[in-house]
Write a protein that binds this ligand. Structure first.
Ligand code: NDP
Length: 399
């Protein structure tokens, strides 16, 4: 059916590439392009020889000119951005210039300020509409599937949704005292920031990890979880009818938190440049260099993830609750695609989102968050492509 240009060759990209190759009717041709071409070549080597034709390229995705010449040369139907959030705007600029659809899994944040919000990307809406192309923002798991779950709950089960709690539980154990499951720099920026949630149309800010709850997750068991700021809160509060409060919780083990606190206390998580032996370095980037590569955690990680959303609202005048979630097993993911479940649960929805645009099941020019599209074909595809979901109409709520 078509061609996809995949930018990035890290943990998530590896899953996207595997899944595109499994879905060769849609992805007849893919090009993997990243800063370090040898990583693209290694992926090609692993998967070459099937129905999907694979090529590779070197690109600096901070450079619009380089991106434009690559896109003009390869002529893809879509650009799948699974590099880092810092590259979102340059890749969107290049897509605009070349009139090609765009997809990502994380919203833009400037390198020198650990603050992510949608305004920069939403600003492209009119320009994308005008040239008749689509940008699908946040097509990972969270954001991504959490938005699809919300649209599905709204479409099928509620007249108004008043409360959403997004619960992201990773019950996996990689055996290291401290490691992150996706890009360490992005991960640590996210979890060391202040927490926040939306209540009655206002953001309420908390200290990092200030709000803790305990929840018993199916497939995993009881875990401590902490309230974090998360990007989909901003778009869901606008796109779902009747929201009074929306929160995001993620589970963390004690060892992770103790190490993070210690690293913070000694300044290793800072993004302020410092002088070191005559060279400017950013402590967090140095820390990334000494931590295990998330892509290497696959063989060592055992256990399951459980990520989903609990909704409370009104249907036909009656109060109603609904919980929809996916349970994913780290070792099963490793057996299938050689990656742990965090990369898997992000890469599968990225492939599905790209498929929605390529097959024109989702077809409207502009810049959209995922919950702004019909959730039904995406929900079907989750079941088909490795992330089946379960429902509970009488869940335990989070206080
Ligand atoms: P990795 O660090 O493993 O991979 C990032 C890749 O991007 C690397 O191959 C890197 O190249 C490449 N890259 C970085 N900068 C550039 C550049 N300037 N030009 C070209 N390529 C570049 O990250 P992950 O795979 O773990 O994460 C990928 C994305 O997925 C991130 O944006 C992350 O925030 C997002 N994510 C989303 C989730 C969700 O549920 N929505 C969950 C988890 C992650 P090099 O090899 O040279 O460093």
């Amino acid at each position: 059916m078509g061609k996809a240009l995949i930018i990035g060759a890290g943990g998530v990209a590896s899953v996207v590439v595997h899944k595109c190759c499994q879905n060769s009717d849609v992805f007849e041709n893919i090009c993997i392009a990243s800063r370090t071409k040898s990583k693209c070549d290694a992926l090609k080597e692993k998967l070459d020889g099937g129905k999907t034709k694979i090529s590779t390229a070197q690109v600096d995705a901070d450079n619009v000119g380089e991106l434009v010449s690559l896109i003009k040369d390869y002529q893809p139907d879509i650009v799948i951005n699974v590099a880092l959030p810092y590259q979102d705007l340059t890749i969107m600029d290049a897509c605009l210039e070349c009139k090609v659809n765009y997809l990502d899994t994380a919203n833009y944040e400037p390198k020198n300020n650990a603050k992510f919000e949608y305004k920069w990307q939403w600003d492209y809406r009119e320009r994308f509409e005008k040239v008749g192309i689509t940008a699908l923002l946040g097509s990972g798991f969270d954001p991504g599937v959490t938005g699809v779950f919300s649209a599905y709950a709204q479409k099928h089960y509620f007249d108004e949704i008043h409360y959403i709690d997004i619960l992201d539980c990773n019950g996996g154990d990689h055996g290291y005292p401290f490691a992150t499951n996706f890009n360490p720099e992005i991960n640590i920026r996210e979890v060391s920031a202040k927490g926040s949630y939306i209540e009655n149309g206002e953001w309420v800010e908390t200290e990092p990890m200030e709000i803790k709850r305990v929840y018993n997750f199916k497939g995993v068991g009881e875990k401590d979880m902490y309230l974090l700021h998360h990007e989909e809160l901003e778009s869901l509060a606008l796109n779902i009818n009747g929201i009074k409060r929306i929160r995001f919780f993620m589970t963390f083990g004690q060892s992770y938190l103790t190490h993070l606190k210690c690293l913070e206390n000694v300044g290793m998580t800072s993004i302020e440049p410092i002088d070191y032996e005559g060279k400017q370095i950013i402590p967090l980037q140095f820390l990334k260099a000494v931590l295990p590569d998330p892509a290497s955690l696959g063989p060592r990680t055992v256990g399951k993830t459980n990520i989903g959303c609990i909704f409370k609202g009104i249907k036909d005048g009656q109060e109603k609750t609904y919980y929809v979630y996916n349970i994913c097993d780290h070792q099963e993911c490793y057996k299938e695609v050689g990656s742990q479940a965090i990369s898997y649960t992000t890469g599968v929805p990225a492939m599905i989102g790209a498929m929605m645009l390529m097959t024109k099941k989702w077809n409207k020019p502009g810049v959209y968050n995922i919950e702004e599209f019909d959730p039904d074909p995406f929900m079907d595809a989750l079941n088909k492509w490795g992330l089946p979901w379960e429902e509970d109409f009488n869940p335990i709520l989070v206080d």
